[in-house]
Design a protein around this ligand. Sequence first.
Ligand code: ATP
Length: 353
Amino acid sequence: MARLQIEAVSKKFDAEYAVREVSLDIADGEFMVLLGPSGCGKSTLLRMIAGLEEPSAGRILVGDVDVTDAAPQRRDLAMVFQSYALYPHLSVARNIGFPLRARRRPRAEIAQRVAEVSATLEISALLDRRPVALSGGQRQRVALARAMVRDPGAFLMDEPLSNLDAKLRSATRAELIALHQRLGATFLYVTHDQVEAMTMATRIALLNQGRVEQCGTPEELYDRPRSTFVAGFLGSPPMNLFPAVVTASDGHMTVMADGIDAALDISEDSGDATAVVAGIRPERLRIDDTSTDVRGRVRMVENLGSEELVHLESGLCVRAARPAGVRVGEDIACRVDPADIHLFDADTGLRLS
Ligand code: ATP
């Protein structure tokens, strides 16, 4: 098992930075998820750690050993690819045993390890098949088994669930969490899927244009996003973000925007009126006729089964238990707890408090 240290790592392709001065300290046994939109540099960062791409600057350490210039097979890491990269002409057993054969391990040891990891992943019955005769979920397990067979210090995974259908993906998520707990190994996992990140990660590093925008527990990123980018990326639907004006006096702060009027209690006075971006999560707006906090006209109601998304003409979205009891065209009011209003700098997008 290994700690992974990434120190000011950058990667430039021609004139463009794909990864820019990223530093991450991933503790032994952590499940770290690299999350971010398409093209933010997640795969490039993972590939540099794996040794498949050379950094333009910075250092990479695995278990305190500097591996920046080491070949991939000398890094004590195992990679699981999105495509699984199984050898089509080899049986499942030979696919799984491949990394040990490449290291010229004795036959008996290979057979024993293949049997062990296959039992762990419940694929013992598939050992004689070829990859073509497997389902997507089974292929994914074979790829995992091949990564596990060597007992690597850390597992690197690049969107390993993206080829599975929704039901299998959610079952496999739960299996990966259990596997991580059982192995106690370090996992570094790339995805653009926030649900995968929120459910599996011990910590998430959210990347934006090659930089780490915020790194912390899923709860930290969701409850205290450090920028409008983080606030808008996590949550489905994402946080409502809207321009507002804040005025403070006598220890009270008032947030005002079109159709919104909420008083926040704060301990200090920030002085003059300030233009900000305010944020409220859809589930934190509560439909309540007696409230004067937020008002608006219903533009559309989306039925999600157990819940409804109520879209107001102002652009705000309210998440409510079904039936929310509102009709299109109706004027409604919502209550909001001041503690649920996030404020961001209007210019930089950074969190204010
Ligand atoms: P996705 O989720 O779509 O896979 P990503 O976050 O993994 O995206 P990367 O694949 O790391 O993003 O790419 C980051 C940036 O680097 C992109 O702008 C991409 O076009 C660029 N890039 C990646 N590989 C190369 C390459 N070999 N040559 C030139 N540019 C590249």
